[in-house]
Write a protein that binds this ligand. Structure first.
Ligand code: HEM
Length: 474
């Protein structure tokens, strides 16, 4: 923190909105920080700064600025900021929040290899996902077309895909302990960008205050780590060296091999942090995307009808969707891309930091500066998107109905720290969405239209809503 404080606005630092004494611009982040930041970029430029109560953050807005920094200066913009909150949570170890360096490289590589290897261990990953899709649609069917809130069901189904890789098995939908852990963990994802979290980062001594949302954050984290420690112990029982069954075995083998090596980044603690990060990064995001997708299908029946038509023409009535069908379903692809663009699941990405002093667009940014990537501003960048405030899958189709990739589409971010789970997430979204819509027509309970206002946090999710999944006649 001392390093962050010292680096306040050197000569040539990007300008920004006037700060209030002591708390700087923290109060402006209380409602919709991504929207506030985009508006500020229209005044101060694509690269501007915020005073977060004594330390400064640089905010990158629009596709050009984000590409310039994250891609063209990939090595420079790949660290995570040593904020007191992150230090307290994971001591800057683990994977997602790890400092840029050997520990991060090793943990990212191990996770990435595990995802590839255990994903397809014994059976191809898409087949395993399809099995979960069947549990999922059968559980939806139990509501018999009556209104229900899909949040828990989607969370359980989606988290089971990462569970297969991390623990080697799925958990049944009535596993309350696991669900409770996910629930309080995702509450922390929300609290991590609350005003209290920013205050704690600026004034860590507020940990002595007996009240405040940061206290809840600490309590939740302690419970989550406790649970993870137990479950990791349980799943590592019966481990046979060199015959890993899942990510945990693989990690423990690495840990054993590095015993005695003082510089090793592998530790029991980092295993717990990495497992937690993989579970929550994989679950919260994909779940929110699917929940938004369901909401928008019910809201726009004409779009849903086109999805149904495409599914029926490619699959007929009996065949289950498979990954091989993806290229013959440009409309489904376009819908899922538009949900990711329009709904901005991770609106500000995950906070980054610079690894060295740098110069961008004439601005000086010192080493260790916190960097916020406003991914929402990329998806609403008028230079790249026409009428960005309208939900329109057609923007991802050419005049012949073929799917077209768009450059200013960064839901998974860019550069060295881009999302590790992008490939997996794309598979999950496609298979869950198509399996569900092949079987059901989604509609709101008569006379109701849920709010489209997102619930704020590190991720944007819909407020709880009820929906009816009515079996289709095919
Ligand atoms: C990082 C988005 C699914 C694992 C990220 C980042 C974003 C993101 C924006 C921040 C990258 C940065 O620092 O700039 C998403 C979205 C998803 C999704 C929108 C689903 C629709 C997943 C899944 C997993 C995963 C399924 C794995 C199970 C990670 C990890 C990181 C990350 C480990 C940290 C990477 C690092 O620091 O090196 N994701 N993600 N994500 N994601 Fe995802």
């Amino acid at each position: 923190i001392r390093q962050l404080v010292k680096q306040r606005r050197p000569r040539g630092f990007p300008p920004g909105p006037s700060p209030i004494p002591v708390i700087g611009n923290i109060m402006s982040l209380a409602t919709e920080p991504h929207v506030f930041m985009k508006k500020q970029s229209e005044i101060h430029g694509q690269i501007f700064s915020l005073d977060l109560g004594g330390y400064s953050a640089v905010v990158l807005n629009g596709y050009d600025a984000i590409r310039e920094c994250l891609y063209h200066q990939g090595d420079v913009f790949s660290d995570r900021p040593s904020l007191p909150l992150f230090m307290k949570m994971t001591k800057m170890g683990g994977l997602l929040n790890a400092k840029f360096g050997n520990g991060w490289i090793e943990h990212r590589q191990l996770a990435s290899n595990s995802f590839r290897y255990f994903g397809s261990f014994q059976k191809p990953l898409d087949q395993k996902i399809l099995e979960e899709c069947m549990f999922f649609v059968d559980a939806i069917d139990e509501h018999k077309g009556k209104p229900f809130n899909p949040k828990h069901l989607v969370t359980n189904a989606v988290s089971n895909i990462t569970n297969l890789i991390i623990f080697g098995e799925r958990f049944t939908y009535d596993n309350c302990d696991f669900q409770h852990m996910i629930e309080i963990f995702s509450e922390n994802v929300e609290l991590a960008v609350s005003g209290w979290a920013f205050l704690y980062n600026a004034f860590p001594w507020i940990k002595y205050l007996p009240f405040g949302k940061h206290q809840k954050l600490f309590r939740n984290a302690a419970k989550v780590y406790n649970f993870l420690e137990q479950i990791i112990r349980r799943f590592s029982e019966g481990r046979v060296r060199n015959f890993p069954r899942h990510y945990i075995d693989d990690y423990l083998n690495k840990l054993d091999k590095s015993a005695g090596d003082l510089g090793t980044p592998y530790s029991r603690e980092n295993l717990i942090y990495s497992v937690g990060e993989l579970i929550i990064a994989g679950t919260e995001t994909t779940t929110n995307t699917l929940r938004w997708a369901m909401l928008y299908m019910a809201l726009y029946p004409n779009i849903q009808e086109k999805v149904h038509k495409e599914l029926d023409s490619v699959l007929g009535s009996g065949k289950s969707p498979s990954l091989a069908d993806k290229k013959r379903m440009p409309y489904v692809e376009a819908v899922l891309h538009e949900v990711l663009r329009f709904c901005n699941i991770v609106p500000l990405g995950i906070f980054r930091a610079t690894t060295q002093d740098t110069l961008v667009s004439g601005y000086n940014i010192p080493k260790g500066t916190m960097v916020i990537t406003n991914l929402y501003s990329v998806h609403f960048d008028k230079k790249y998107w026409c009428d960005p405030g309208t939900f329109s899958p057609h923007r991802f189709l050419d005049s012949n109905g073929n799917f077209v990739r768009r450059e200013a589409f960064l839901p998974f971010s860019l550069g060295k720290r881009h999302c590790l789970g992008e490939h997996l997430a794309r598979m999950e979204m496609f298979l869950f969405f198509t399996t569900m819509l092949q079987r059901f027509h989604l509609q709101f309970p008569p006379g109701t239209v849920p709010s489209l206002t997102p619930k704020l946090g590190m991720t944007l999710q819909p407020l709880p809503y009820s929906i009816c999944a009515v079996r289709r006649q095919q």
